[in-house]
Design a binder for this molecule. Structure first.
Ligand code: TXA
Ligand code: MG
Length: 343
């Protein structure tokens, strides 16, 4: 199929508005549009139209029992859910627009095709002007998973979306690279106690401060029990072609072990130290100065490593608190649980 691609960077605002209107029309008529968000790019379609939603699963090659997040342009979600619990209201007021998806009991308006057959729905208001303009132009909520082919790292740039989805969607809208680089936090508020299903830039600690008790149900161990709380967690994820291995232990020992064990065709990623990203002259070592920088660049780096033909990627594990928990959630999955402990 023919894909129209528009780079919105550097466009005059009038011209952008025309494109949002055209993209909104594509969504209204049941088509698919890739768009930027502050977390990762999304592959969107009319979230209330089962036929449109089916096209998302087809374009991504994604199992259709994996529910989609509905993206909204404001906090008026009453029509989409059976009730808005007080805790949801508190969090929407504080974090929307932003990288927080709330799972609530869905209303009859939301088709089971969107929720993968669940009676709950994930809702989020992205903090990205182009995304909000598109949702407004579409005139309703947009269902969107990350805009990667199923199993690949989520795309954080226009170029990566085109690589994965050109010829498979109706339109691709490009902006700068995604500000955060990892997908939104998912918090389930449909049960008696709030449960964190996927950590993101809004951390478990932040949510516990806001709500009191929040259970961490994002544990990687859940994948082995076969009972993941977010259905998407059971699938192979974030996997580059290169073999990813995590090294955990004291920083100096980890960095030494990685250097000693790395062969010719191995990329090493270190996290922490310095004030900007450090590249070794031979490109075989990258050091991110802090967690934010590692989060921002992780998925792009995994894809770049494949382009360069690396066979292995050795990554320094970080401690599982705050954004570190979020990063580790993705790293553990990318490694397929291959973790080497170093003394
Ligand atoms: O940052 C993000 O959330 C990005 C951007 C595009 O907004 N979207 C995204 O969507 O990451 P996706 O489909 O790649 O990941 C959504 C995850 C899946 O693991 C899915 O199983 C889970 O959210 N999910 C969606 N609705 C759910 C529900 N009602 N109950 C439990 N888990 C749900
Ligand atoms: Mg995804």
């Amino acid at each position: 199929m023919e894909t129209k691609s528009y780079d919105l960077r550097g466009m005059a605002s009038g011209q952008r508005e025309e494109i949002y209107q055209a993209a909104g029309e594509v969504i209204r008529s049941g088509g698919t549009v890739v768009f930027p968000t502050e977390t990762v790019y999304g592959l969107g379609a009319d979230g209330l139209n089962p036929k449109a939603v089916a096209k998302i699963f087809e374009a991504k090659g994604r199992p259709s029992d994996n529910p989609l997040i509905l993206h909204v342009a404001d906090r008026a979600i009453d029509d989409l859910v059976t009730e808005v619990p007080r805790q949801a209201q508190v969090l929407m007021d504080k974090y929307w627009p932003g990288p927080l998806t709330l799972v609530l009991k869905k209303s009859a308006l939301v088709p089971l095709a969107t929720t993968g057959g669940l009676e709950t729905v994930g809702l989020r208001m992205p903090d990205q002007p182009a995304a909000l303009a598109l949702i407004r132009a579409a005139g309703g909520p947009i269902a969107a998973p990350s805009a990667n082919l199923s199993g690949r790292p989520s795309p954080t740039t226009f170029q990566r979306c085109r690589e994965d989805l050109a010829g498979r969607v109706d339109m691709i809208l490009g902006m700068d690279s995604s500000r955060l680089g990892l997908e939104s936090t998912i918090l389930d508020l449909s049960g008696p106690v709030p449960e964190l299903l996927r950590p993101g830039a809004i951390t478990l600690e932040m949510l516990q401060e806001d709500l009191g008790e929040v259970l961490d149900a994002s544990g990687n161990g859940l994948m082995e029990t076969g009972q993941p709380r977010a259905p998407g967690m059971k699938y192979r994820h974030y996997a580059p072609r290169a073999k990813v291995v995590l090294f955990s232990g004291p920083q100096e020992s980890v960095r030494r072990a990685m250097a000693q064990q790395a062969g010719e065709n191995c990329l090493r990623l270190e996290i922490g130290g310095g004030c900007e990203v450090f590249y070794s002259p031979d490109d075989r070592l990258l050091r991110f100065p802090d967690l934010e920088s590692a989060a921002h660049d992780l998925f792009e780096t995994l894809r770049w490593a494949d382009d360069r033909g690396f066979a292995q990627i050795y990554i320094q594990a970080v401690s599982e608190e705050g954004l570190g928990r979020t990063l580790m959630n993705r790293l553990v999955k990318a490694s397929g649980h291959d973790i080497r402990r170093v003394e």
